[in-house]
Design a protein around this ligand. Structure first.
Ligand SMILES: Cc1cc2nc3c(=O)[nH]c(=O)nc-3n(C[C@H](O)[C@H](O)[C@H](O)COP(=O)(O)OP(=O)(O)OC[C@H]3O[C@@H](n4cnc5c(N)ncnc54)[C@H](O)[C@@H]3O)c2cc1C
Length: 199
């Protein structure tokens, strides 16, 4: 028998957008069930950069991404959302009465009156450069695709490859943590906001 859940709104994606949708729906007294392929809520913030400070959230001059997710979870607590984590929604069907049935990779079925897709960039994975033998250095052996905890790089010599938000954010941040940081970018211009607040 599949695990079947019944709710008002099924939200696909437990990133910040999905979590805040629970709050807005809660104000309208609608029950939400949230599904995410990742094992924890928070989307990119929890999975890729939980210890990175964020500067562009209204009302917070600076907040760590992981703390923002904790706050969002606290904010939606009064509405008692339910979660299916670690399962990807792979298809859904509209039923004759206008309601929806969603199916996950692990056999969970969710019946709901409305679906909100807050899937961000989708179930994400790193875009790896075409470098020979790269896999030999993955898994904690020198090559990383995300910075989950900046302390891991304390006093190390590191090279960051990239020219977007992420590369520049981490270069600035890790300059105060690592022994030495070199930024390598294949282009001649950077793709990132021109300024970040400074203390
Ligand atoms: C390194 C880095 C630094 C950043 N820094 C900042 C910053 O300082 N300030 C800022 O404003 N933004 C920043 N961003 C961007 C910010 O993280 C995104 O804008 C934000 O995460 C988008 O939120 P979201 O809820 O739309 O999507 P996401 O956070 O991408 O969450 C979407 C969720 O949906 C899930 N999902 C997708 N498809 C399915 C499916 N079929 N079934 C189940 N689950 C599914 C995914 O697993 C994911 O957890 C940064 C991004 C990165 C990568």
């Amino acid at each position: 028998m599949p695990n079947t859940i019944s709710t008002d709104i099924c939200i696909v994606g437990a990133g910040p957008v999905g979590l805040f949708a629970v709050f807005e729906a809660g104000l309208l007294k609608l029950r939400c069930h949230v599904v995410d392929a990742l094992p924890q809520p928070g989307g990119q913030l929890s999975e890729i950069y939980p210890k990175k400070p964020i500067y562009d959230i209204p009302g917070f001059p600076e907040i760590l991404a992981g703390d923002l997710v904790d706050n969002l979870m606290k904010q939606i607590e009064p509405f008692h959302p339910t979660f299916t984590l670690g399962e990807r929604v792979e298809r859904f069907a509209k039923l004759d009465d206008g309601s929806f049935q969603l199916y996950t990779t692990d056999g969970t079925e969710i019946h709901c009156k409305a679906v909100a897709i807050a899937g961000g960039l989708g179930s994400f994975e790193p875009r790896k450069p075409a470098v020979e033998n790269l896999e030999q250095f993955e898994g904690g052996k020198g090559v990383h695709y995300m910075v989950r905890d900046p302390e891991y790089f304390r006093d190390q010599k590191i090279v960051i490859a990239g020219g977007g938000d992420s590369a520049l954010d981490w270069t600035n941040f890790l300059a105060n943590v690592a022994a030495d940081v070199t930024l390598v970018h294949r282009g001649t211009t950077f793709r990132a906001p021109p300024t970040r607040p400074r203390k």
